[in-house]
Design a protein around this ligand. Sequence first.
Ligand SMILES: C[S@@+](CC[C@H](N)C(=O)[O-])C[C@H]1O[C@@H](n2cnc3c(N)ncnc32)[C@H](O)[C@@H]1O
Length: 411
Amino acid sequence: MPHSHDQSEVEEEQLHFSNVITTFQNYAQYSLSANNRRRKDFYTLPKPDQDLLSSLGYKAKLDQVDAAIAANADFLSEVVSDPEIFGHDLSSVTEDEPSAESHSPMNDSPMDHSHERVSSGHSHSHGHSHAHSHDGAPRIRRRYKPTDFDMDKLRSTLKQFVRDWSVEGREERDACYKPMKDALLLHFAGIPATERGRVRVLVPGAGLGRLAHDVAGLGFTCQGNEFSHYMLLSSHLILNRTDKISAYTIYPYVHSFSNAASDEAMLRPVTIPDVLPSGLPDGVDFSLVAGDFEEIFGADGNEPQAGQWDAVLTCFFIDTAKNIVNYLRIIHQILAPGGVWVNMGPLLWHWENNTTNDPSIELSLEEVKNLARAIGFRISNERTIDTTYTSNAQGMLGYVYHAAFWTATKI
Ligand SMILES: C[S@@+](CC[C@H](N)C(=O)[O-])C[C@H]1O[C@@H](n2cnc3c(N)ncnc32)[C@H](O)[C@@H]1O
């Protein structure tokens, strides 16, 4: 990250990263135990009811869900098998009892909560096992216990893979990413395809990177920006460590039995990726920068970014702002004169009702557009696009966003 952080910020970041890794590692145990609750409930029923349900295949389905969770766990452990690339020394935060054995999460029986074993399965380049407290004494940090909230994020990450990197996600991508790419192509229609590399496009809140990847695929120079460790670890696997189409099979819909139209719909496998990121044409400039959008691109001490971007594409991103004024001001500032900002998404203000006392400014769509005009944008090409977001296409429940779309030019 281009900014210098003080020591406590670095430590906090490192701890958070380590907790995310632990969440990935605990996925199997957590999810199997949730499924085992169903099994236990089944056995509380009168025998005739059990027999009836078994004849419908209910019990067999629970076993199939266990197998699907096992497959997901294999995939997720692949995602975190190379955490050192993020430059964090995990040695001080992923180990505690020195005798802890390395194990695959799959070894944990769903019934077995008695001994939460510690995985030291991810070897680290700096192999010291304990941190030191301020007085210099070795400090044994307890292994983090992921919360329901952490696990929810991890399950969402699996669905995000469907959105960005599966055949099934194509419909959502066509609704969200295609109009953005079309607007970009239209704005730079005067530039021959062979010279698009001169046009620098930024995609803040890039998620798993598909939009940024596809923009680079059109020949533009493109950088994604993302700060979630879940997303960064996951996109790293697909973008840098995958060399086969359909290399992985995941089961993103096995975690809830609610609103399942059929067993097949719930248990269906999804293969990823649908394209090979390494297949981008030679010479294409495509990168991802890790860190907070406001810190990296904000004005404070970072004037070199001013006027450096020809386009900024925000997809389901602007509502992640605590202070939307700052987001729009930064977008305006980093754009070159005549540069274009293409936006697509709802206004699901992420910090509304936060419990951490963070400030949150929540404007209506009309206010956001007026703010954009006041900051110096001319808005055109406005429309509403109905779209889902990481929705289970075969479920009985689906949210549809009436997402706002516009192209805005810096005046
Ligand atoms: C709703 S998701 C959209 C992801 C992607 N654009 C898509 O359409 O699939 C919002 C993304 O923005 C990221 N994000 C939120 N605040 C951010 C910030 N301040 N800096 C960088 N990324 C941020 C989140 O981690 C998340 O991946």
